[in-house]
Structure formats: structure tokens, C-alpha cells
Ligand binder design. Structure first.
Ligand SMILES: [Mn+2]
Length: 299
């Protein structure tokens, strides 16, 4: 089971496990969100992802989700194995395999399978490789270690072709996504001597560019790439009267900020969602609130 608002890490992990079990067990791969990340559609089993949980499930293996809610579940429907790497994981499983030091849940899944004597096939290895390179931003995040390379080397031994996978992940983008980036960049609002960079995407930007909601994802990294920016904040209108806020930081803890607002995540990458009456005032309120909270931490 992958989490809602799915990314390549959660889908890659779910498909890796599915591809390993499908021949010998009755199993299915599920994501309760229909908006899947297209860039991983080359992974085996992607076209088999279901959007409802079978009521007859005996075991759920949850991948890359910090909470039951993020899976799209209100309560635990059956025995559940929680495999994750979020700092804010609520340990909601009957078995919890959680390592907040892992750069990707793909690494946690790899170790879990390896420790339990499973031999990976090429399709599982490719799915884990995609999960790891995407979540570690191609080996550039702070939790990347020697072990990350050992794991990816082991995946290559199973037949993964790194440049072929990278081409599929990074060079099949739709024009609409580039147009959405242009809209987003033009909204850039630098605050506190350009230590904070805010970008805003409203429904109209999505419509004008023809982009899908999911296409916003790389934009925030580009803002964080600016030299003086310490914290990048992306505010995006999600559904009607709903605002999704993503936070990325070079050094300060943004997970605590997101957690206080009902969200969660990692120290340097976190987010939350809020509802409200008027999207523009919601955006302005959260910008000034976040500016204050971030300013305190930047001291
Ligand atoms: Mn992840």
C-alpha cells in the first residue's frame, strides 16, 4: 500500500514488494490516490496499481507513510507492516520497520527483504533503485551514506541499468510541467534577505499550463538551489479551499513547524495542509506566519 499524494519512493517500494510476491502469493498493489507519479510508469506492475483495498486482505505492507491518515485510512483494517523512513512516523503498524536515518524507504525495504532472506528479481531491484535515486535526489540529500551506494550497487548487480532508469525518470517530462514551473518561478517572493523563498501555485496556474497537481514537485528544489535561500516554501492550492504547504530547508528543522500545523515529514523536508474560506488570504496568512516561525529558527 502506497501513501496518498504518492511519490516515486512510495510507488517504487510498493511495486518492488509486489513484483517479488506476485508469483507466489495472492497479493495486490494499492494506492488510495488516483493521481500517480507518471515518471515511474515504466516500472513493472505500475498498470496493475489498484485504488481500493480488498476487504479480504490479511496483511497490509505500508510503504513510506508516516501515519495511517497519509495512507488514506481511518483505522487499521488488518495486520499491518509499516516500512518507512519518516522522522514523524507514528509507529501505527503491528510491525514497524522504521529508520529515520535512511535516505529513502527503498533502502529500508531493501534491508528488510535482505534480512529476511528474499532474493530480489530485476523488476523489484529496478523499482527500489527508482525509489532510492528519486527520494535521495540522486544521492544529494543529507542522509545519503556509504550504505546507500552499497545498496544501489547490489541493485545494479541484479540487472538495474542506472542511466536507462535515469532517462526514464528525468527525460520524459510533459511541456505542461515546464509551463507550470514558469508560472511558479514568476511568483517567487524572497524574504528576510532572501533567506526564505516563497512560491505560490493557484488553481488558475494549473489550468493555464495544463499541468496535473502532481507536477509541482521539483519546483521547490529549484528554489532551494538559490545561494542565499535557507528555506524554500511552496504553497499550492489543492482542491477547492485547500492549501498544501511544502517546506524544504538547507539546515533548520522544518518538520517541527509542519508538525505543529498537523503535518509532518523529515527535518529538512516537511509539509502540511490547511483548509479555509478564501485561498488568497489563506496563502497570505501562512506566508506571514511561516516567515515569523522560520525567522526564529534562523537566528
Ligand atoms: Mn520517502
Amino acid at each position: 500500500l502506497a501513501h496518498i499524494n504518492p511519490d516515486p519512493d512510495t510507488i517504487g517500494c510498493a511495486l518492488a514488494i509486489y513484483n517479488l510476491l506476485r508469483d507466489n502469493y495472492r497479493c495486490e498493489v494499492v494506492c488510495l490516490d488516483r493521481d500517480l507519479p507518471r515518471k515511474v510508469n515504466f516500472l513493472r506492475g505500475y498498470d496493475r496499481i489498484k485504488h481500493t483495498l480488498s476487504e479480504k486482505s490479511d496483511v497490509i505492507i505500508a510503504c513510506d507513510s508516516g501515519s495511517l491518515e497519509r495512507l488514506g485510512l481511518e483505522r487499521k483494517p488488518c495486520f499491518l507492516i509499516n516500512i518507512d523512513h519518516h522522522q514523524t512516523n507514528t509507529l501505527y503498524g503491528d510491525i514497524n520497520v522504521v529508520d529515520p536515518n535512511a535516505p529513502s524507504t527503498g533502502c529500508v525495504v531493501y534491508r528488510f527483504l535482505d534480512d529476511n532472506g528474499f532474493k530480489l528479481n530485476r523488476h523489484s531491484a529496478e523499482a527500489l533503485y527508482a525509489a532510492i535515486v528519486e527520494d535521495s535526489k540522486y544521492f544529494t540529500t543529507d542522509r545519503v551514506s556509504q550504505e546507500t551506494f552499497q545498496i544501489t550497487a547490489a541493485l545494479c548487480e541484479e540487472g538495474v541499468d542506472p542511466s536507462a532508469v535515469a532517462d526514464k525518470l528525468r527525460r520524459r517530462e510533459p511541456l505542461s510541467k515546464l509551463r507550470l514551473k514558469a508560472h511558479a518561478y514568476s511568483s517567487l517572493d524572497l524574504q528576510l534577505d532572501a533567506q526564505i523563498g516563497f512560491v505560490t501555485i493557484v488553481e488558475e496556474d494549473l489550468k493555464k499550463s495544463g499541468a496535473a497537481f502532481n507536477d509541482y514537485k521539483d519546483i521547490i528544489e529549484d528554489i532551494l538551489s538559490l545561494y542565499p535561500v535557507e528555506v524554500a516554501v511552496l504553497l499550492i492550492e489543492k482542491d477547492v479551499m485547500n492549501l498544501k504547504v511544502s517546506l524544504r530547508s538547507k539546515r533548520i528543522d522544518v518538520a517541527s513547524i509542519a508538525l505543529r500545523k498537523g503535518g509532518g515529514g523529515h527535518i529538512r523536508a516537511a509539509g502540511y495542509e490547511v483548509g479555509g474560506e478564501d485561498i488568497l488570504s489563506l496563502i497570505n496568512d501562512h506566508k506571514s506566519m511561516l516567515k515569523e516561525e522560520i525567522a526564529e529558527k534562523l537566528l
